[in-house]
Design a protein around this ligand. Structure first.
Ligand code: ADP
Ligand code: MG
Length: 908
């Protein structure tokens, strides 16, 4: 409740209130028109615009009325005297005197004094319920049906007829029907059931608690205020849709019964509670949609879519009928059995209403709407947007003059309250939404239908097209076939014609000749000439035939000759291969011959010279003789000549390749030839270069033949004389191969050759360590097992060579350790054979001993193994002076040996 325009500003009790003659009967529009005029004079500040809710711009414009000023209408109704009053107040006049035509009420203070008040309507005790409805409620009801909120309220002392005025059901007497029933009758008769709806809630407010009279369990309903619009609602209240008058009356009866029950329960009277009936009217604005549909689109065409997009307009208005609690003051002592607190609470809403109306009437800036639930609920009714009509009820009894006065004053103040009625119209988005949903569904369905139709159509057209294509193809084929046949026939025909033409053409020259013959005069001559020609041709043909025969004859001859040539060539090839074989044999035989001659030569030389120091193995003769001993020896002019010849004739490669020959004899001879060649220093390099050394080593290891092994060993021994070859032998694992042969071989001559080869390697300073490492010394010493003096001599030579190299290294300051010979256990054998009767053995051992003793580190072993004695002997008895002197020098220069000799008492 905000400020409102003052109508009868400053109207005091004594002053007559100015009458607005337009009065209760005026329709809201007409009233609004008048109000506008009158309110204009009241000043702009007097108006307050209230929010109209969520209306869009268009809607807002439509309901642009921010409100039309409309004063609260107030009627006063006087109850007739009841039985009690008739009896008790029989001698007294009424406290009020009504002047209904003047809409005035005179309140008698005493017998001579009264005050007059003007109301919008003055209803006497004879006013019918119908009349009361028509002047108090009907304008409000009509206004509600037009989309405005409306309030009809009864105020007055208990028993003055509030309920009688508002709530009588009038079931036994329709004339007695109250405002509620009559209002509903009018509403129901005016609505369109298809588009409009009416629903009601029925509540009781008692001690600031809102109870649902349609569902008493609901006894504390909350008031909800829309924070945006400020509109209040009771979402917790039961809302029942009313379809007919009977159901409404039933609802009222039920409500009344609940009200009685509730008041019994609460130990109160209905006069202490406020009854509130809320009637919600929801109406669609007819004709509006159709009108909108006709609105033209931009292109000037009527657009149904535009129409469908425009939401329909609905009006949601509310009629509130309030049967207030009795306005009489409750005894502060709580005479009705209530505590003071309860009494306060019971009166709270009513006194708050009085305060609000006072504030509004006085245009006070503050209206205490929030002080009570009633004022909150009636927010729209006083100072709000509703059209409000108040009926104040009074009794005639002078005994209640005080209460009657206060009621009249309340009515007077209420008359000053100005509302701004406003159309409760809004767009119905929900229904638009529903409608659009339906429309959308329709469109989707239509779209699908069309698409299906389209698909079907496409399919049909496709099938048809295929049929047509097939048909066209078939026709085309037939046509082509026909054309083909036609052209083929034409072709054949033309061929025939051409053939005939050609035949004719062929025949025509003969004809011409014949004609010529018959017609020519010189026919005989020509005939002769022809004859002659014929003969000539015949002879030429014969000649050609003859020549042909000759040619074929010659061709035959040529073939025979060619065959002969081929045969001869084959024979020649056979001969050539036989020749090659023979040549090879000759080569072998030659090498054998050469071998034999060399052997003979060697034997001879050996017999002549004995055992020379330079060449170690001059004696192949002895080796060969073991296998060929029985063969007669061929004499030769010398070894060099045939060898040189052999080299020249056969070639080294050929000889070496023969080492791998399949023939055992060839292998034997070949190895002997190689051995003999190896004996000559000039050939050694060539043999090694050609891979002869490797072949020989392999042969030594792999051959089963004793002779081959013996001769191969001899050849290796000879190659081992050369220092370069020594390196190569070492590099190719020759020492290992020789050591293995040394341990396996039985034949003394083979062992002699092997020992000789190792002995040669022993003389190479650079190879000492490696030779020993690969078991060379051990192999050498192992070969003494055979006991053959030739072998022992080679062993002794090897030891001497090794010892000499060691002592040479020692004098050069290289050697630090003990002799490797001593390490490998050579000393015992040396000592044992130091006095061997075979001179070559003895001499080499004597030298070896001297070399060993020259190195001081060996002295200890020399002493312990008894070699000292041998050295002493050598120094005294050796037949060779150089050795004897060497031994002497050695003994005298060694401190250890000297000491030992002194110890033993040996004198030099
Ligand atoms: P309230 O509701 O104000 O307490 P009621 O409507 O209950 O008063 O009225 C009290 C009594 O007066 C009831 O018996 C009622 O029938 C009677 N009465 C009230 N007004 C009239 C009237 N105008 N005509 C006849 N009887 C009336
Ligand atoms: Mg009542």
């Amino acid at each position: 409740m905000a400020s409102s325009g003052l109508r009868n500003g400053g109207a005091g009790p004594r002053m007559s209130t100015k009458l607005d003659r337009q009065g209760f009967g005026a329709t809201p529009k007409a009233a609004a028109g008048k109000q506008r005029l009158s309110s204009a004079s009241a000043g702009a500040g007097a108006y307050r615009r209230t929010s109209s809710g969520p209306l869009p711009a268009a809607g807002a414009a439509r309901a642009s009325s921010d409100g039309v000023s409309s004063r609260v209408r107030v009627a006063v109704r006087l109850r007739p005297r009841n039985a009690e009053e008739l009896a008790a107040d029989a001698d007294f006049g009424d406290s009020v005197e009504l002047q209904p035509e003047l809409k005035r009420l005179k309140l008698r203070k005493n017998n001579w004094e009264s005050e007059t008040y003007e109301f919008d309507e003055v209803l006497t005790e004879f006013s019918s319920q119908k009349r009361v409805y028509e002047v108090v409620a009907k304008p409000v009801v009509e206004s509600v049906m037009e989309g405005y909120n409306g309030t009809v309220m009864a105020y007055g002392q208990t028993g003055t007829g509030k309920t009688f005025t508002l709530g009588r059901l009038g079931e036994e007497d329709t004339a007695a029907r109250g405002i509620m029933v009559r209002a509903m009758e009018d509403i129901l008769s005016d609505i369109t059931p298809e588009t409009d709806s009416v629903s009601v809630s029925y509540l009781q407010l008692y001690m600031e608690m809102i109870q649902d009279l349609l569902d008493p369990v609901n006894d504390n309903i909350a008031i909800v205020e829309d924070p945006r619009t400020g509109d209040v609602s009771l979402p917790g209240a039961t809302v029942v849709e009313v379809r007919n008058q009977k159901s409404f009356v039933d609802l009222l009866r039920v409500g009344e019964a609940h009200r009685v029950a509730a008041n019994t329960k609460l130990n109160t009277e209905s006069s202490r509670s406020h009854a509130i009936l809320m009637v919600n009217v929801r109406r669609s604005v007819k004709g509006r949609t159709e009108m909108d549909v006709s609105v033209s689109g931009e292109n000037g065409h009527s657009s149904s879519m535009m129409g469908s997009l425009r939401p329909p307009i609905i009006r949601k208005s509310k009629l509130v009928v309030v049967d207030l609690a009795g306005s009489e003051r409750i005894d502060k002592s709580g005479s009705e059995g209530h505590t003071l607190e309860e009494a306060k609470s019971i009166n709270l809403s009513l006194s708050a209403l009085g305060k609000c109306i006072n504030a509004l009437a006085e245009n006070s800036p503050h209206v205490p709407v929030r002080d009570s639930k009633l004022t909150r609920l009636l927010k729209d009714s006083f100072g709000g947007t509703a059209r409000t009509s108040l009926v104040v009820t009074i009794g005639p009894s002078p005994r209640h003059r005080g209460e009657t006065t206060s009621t009249i004053m309340f009515g007077q103040r209420a008359m000053k309250v100005e509302n701004m009625v406003k159309l409760k119209e809004e767009f119905d988005y929900k229904s638009l939404c529903r409608r659009l949903d339906i429309e959308l569904d329709k469109l989707i369905a239509e779209n699908e239908r069309q698409r299906k139709y389209f698909d079907d159509e496409v399919e049909r057209i496709r099938a048809e097209a295929q049929c047509r294509i097939a048909e066209a193809e078939r026709e085309c084929k037939i046509m082509l076939e026909n054309e083909k046949t036609k052209y083929h026939q034409e072709y054949l025909d033309s061929i025939k014609i051409l053939e005939e033409k050609w035949k004719i053409h062929q025949q025509s020259p003969k004809k011409q000749t014949k004609e010529a013959e018959s017609t020519s005069n010189g026919a005989g001559e020509v005939h002769n000439l022809l004859q002659n020609e014929k003969m000539l041709r015949q002879s030429a043909e014969d000649e050609a035939s003859d020549l042909k025969n000759q040619v074929s004859h010659w061709k035959k001859m040529e073939a025979t000759a060619t065959a002969e040539v081929v045969k001869l060539r084959k024979m020649l090839d056979t001969e050539a291969s036989q020749k090659e074989k023979l040549e090879e044999e000759i080569g072998v035989l030659r090498s054998q011959l050469l071998q034999m001659s060399m052997e003979a030569d060697e034997t001879r030389r050996s017999l002549d010279k004995g055992d020379g120091p330079g060449k170690i193995f001059p004696g192949l003769d002895s080796l060969v003789s073991q296998t060929q001993g029985s063969q007669p020896r061929e004499q030769s002019n010398g070894p060099k000549q045939p060898i040189a010849k052999l080299f020249e004739q056969v070639g080294l490669q050929k000889i070496l390749s023969l080492l791998e020959s399949e023939e055992p004899d060839v292998r034997v001879h070949a190895v002997k030839v190689v051995a003999n060649l190896a004996a000559e220093e000039a050939n050694q390099e060539k043999i090694v270069e050609a891979g002869g050394l490797t072949s020989l080593l392999v042969l030594l290891r792999s051959s089963e033949d004793e002779t081959i092994r013996r001769v191969a060993a001899g050849a290796i021994a000879n190659l081992a004389m050369n220092e370069t070859n020594q390196d190569l032998i070492m590099a190719q694992g020759g020492v290992t191969l020789l050591s293995m042969t040394a341990s396996d071989a039985e034949d003394p001559q083979t062992l002699r050759m092997v020992a000789g080869a190792i002995a040669n390697l022993c003389g190479n300073d650079k190879l000492q360590t490696r030779l020993r490492g690969e078991g060379g010394i051990k192999a050498l010493l192992g070969m003494v097992r055979c006991g053959h003096p030739d072998v022992l001599a080679q062993v002794a030579r090897g030891i001497a060579n090794f010892a000499k190299c060691e002592s040479r290294a020692a004098t050069q300051g290289n050697k630090v350790g003990k002799s490797l010979l001593i390490d490998d256990g050579a000393l015992p054998w040396i000592v044992k054979n130091a006095n061997n009767e075979a001179a070559p053995i003895r001499r080499h051992i004597e030298l070896a001993l001297c070399h060993l003793a020259q190195h001081e580190v060996n002295s200890k072993d020399i002493i312990s193994e008894g070699a000292l004695w041998e050295l002493v002997r050598i120094s005294r008895d050796c037949s060779r002076e150089d050795i004897r002197m060497l031994a002497y020098r050695t003994l005298t220069s060694s401190p250890t040996l000297q000491a030992e000799m002194r110890r033993l008492g040996i004198k030099m």
